[in-house]
Design a protein around this ligand. Sequence first.
Ligand code: ZN
Length: 278
Amino acid sequence: MEDKVSMRPFSPVADLDFSEEEIQRYSRHILLPEIGAVGQAKLRASSVLIIGAGGLGSPALLYLAAAGIGRIGIIDDDRIELSNLQRQIAHATDRIGQPKASSAAAAARAINPLCQVEPIEGRITAHNALALVGGYDLVLDGSDNFATRFLIADACVLAKRTLVSASVLRFEMQLSTFKPHVSASAPCWRCLYPEHPPAEMATSCGEAGVLGAVTGVAGTLQATETVKELLGIGTSLAGRLLIWDALSAEFRTIRFPRDPACAACGEAATIRDLSAHR
Ligand code: ZN
């Protein structure tokens, strides 16, 4: 039980009223014993905040909208550039120069108009992070820098929100789920990365490159883990880091423990607010 996802009160009786369109649209989900009509109703009652409408956020948003998540926030402060289109598949050539958040929202609505997509054209900051993160059931991090990743991770611990986080570089992906508020054994991001990494590790795709399809797999795996967490099905990635090297075509999983001395989720946690983030 301790591994289940905490969600707001949910009434399966009231929420099982599907339209004919919904029954057809979600029929391949409803056929799955692990999802069924009850699970599909749970997805419809769920909300997800996606941070970044880029290489990870694009496929994650499209699949989660298609899956029938009831409400999805998509936050990004960038505008579409030609060099984004090699991997950021929610956008299109004729939308170069437009804000990514509204472009991605339009792509998601085109797939599923039943999904309430909320584009947020701005940055997640120490000032707005808790309100943003707290406004959704689960957070999917598709940001592209470590400063933002630490901010999101700390905000999720403070707001008690499950975080599904992935990163990609060149031909490699790392993915995990963090939910220390759900289980005493589940680590947070800072249990894995206590401090900001040295500069040579914090290389960006803009400097080192990335294979476009690798971001697509990573974002799609994030969408998959998000659905699992929202429904409480399968085995959570909490406490495990999934690493994929596309060049060798090998996946491996590394277990990592919760750190009792963690500054964010430990017994004597020192991070009580986001004031250390600028
Ligand atoms: Zn921790």
